[in-house]
Design a protein around this ligand. Sequence first.
Ligand code: PLP
Length: 415
Amino acid sequence: MAETPRRAQYGAQAHVDEVGKLPTPFPRAVGPNALKYLQEVVDSGLTVDMIGRFERAFAEASGVAHCIATPGCTPALAVLAAAFDFEPGDEILVSPITDYGTIQGLCREGYIPVFPDTDPGTVNMSAATIEPCITDRTRAILCVHKTGIICDMDPIVQLACAHDLIVYEDACQAVFGKYKGRLAGTLGLAGGFSFDAEKTMGSDVGGCVITDDDELAERLRFIGQSRGAVMDPGFGRRHTVAGYAFRMPHCTAAICLAQLEVIDEQVAQRDRMIRLLSDLIGEVPSVSPLPIPDYMDVYSAWMFGMSIDPDAFACSAADFAAQLADAGIPGAGLGEYYLMPEACDFLKDAAAERRYPYCNPPASRDYAYGADSCPTARDFLRTWIRWSSFCEKYEPEHCELAASIVSQVADANRR
Ligand SMILES: Cc1ncc(COP(=O)(O)O)c(C=O)c1O
């Protein structure tokens, strides 16, 4: 009998095998008021408005008018996709190096994800890589701030304005990161966040959308939380659109609220430690940490990543990463699976077979996915090693230890 493929794991389960000499995110440090807020939920007999309290607190901390809480970022971006109400076959330009959660909702709406390539040497797309992908079917640009490095948003927003496109952000990996003094998630029309257990504000599962746009916020609540239903006196709920039941649970909101109270210091620690770690590892010949752009005031780093020069080492990048993991860096590995045009077999198949929405109409041209559709991102990821366990528990001695492990593995494999 054919072997059943192992299902992917998420949250703490995905990290159980990660052991080594450096801190790991799990067990998570949870804000001191978590139990108090959870107790309130229970003591109130589930009547306390913990979701509203979290939404107001997160909106205030982000300096925006609205926060709409969801059970995760995947649903947050799905509700946004539904709220935009584009036509099936319309195109959304979206970062190619990301998580499936970025694109799930727009695929479900029948929109077509188009992946501009990344800028050379980075994990993000830019105005220069986006511009050639704009067509008369493009409706929006969805920017992902991979690892916590914020895309250079000003030129992207400028480009979008010139073509009358919406810009919005998947800020899952950049919570409270700052670009030129402004917070990630506030740089476009709306921003989506994840409070998944392993994320920077890890809380359980959870997420939200933030926006200053009153009309969009109302639509997000209607479609995302009210199942697209209005109250018809004498009848009851009438579903005027196919909405979702994407409400954040009150207990999750209680943990999110407690995490929000301690996030500033945690983000500051991540920023300090990622800069120190990058400086130290940058001293190892033929190893290049991700460049931190000058416009990043706060690098709320969720992940550390570095490129190795393949000509300098006798081993492959995968071997190099395995040796780092063996030497004590938990979670060290390649991230080739982040390349969505390659990882999403269902997209490749649908486009190749011209299945809906890749048939004409609603599509107005042919599409092809796969790694070769984004050659810069493809080549970059082949020699990019990251560790998924970078977290706020790092202290300077951990950065020094990590750098010395990288240096030893590099020296042992140098040609
Ligand atoms: C960039 C990005 N977008 C979306 C998601 C999905 O978030 P959630 O797990 O909260 O649905 C993740 C989670 O890994 C992510 O990293």
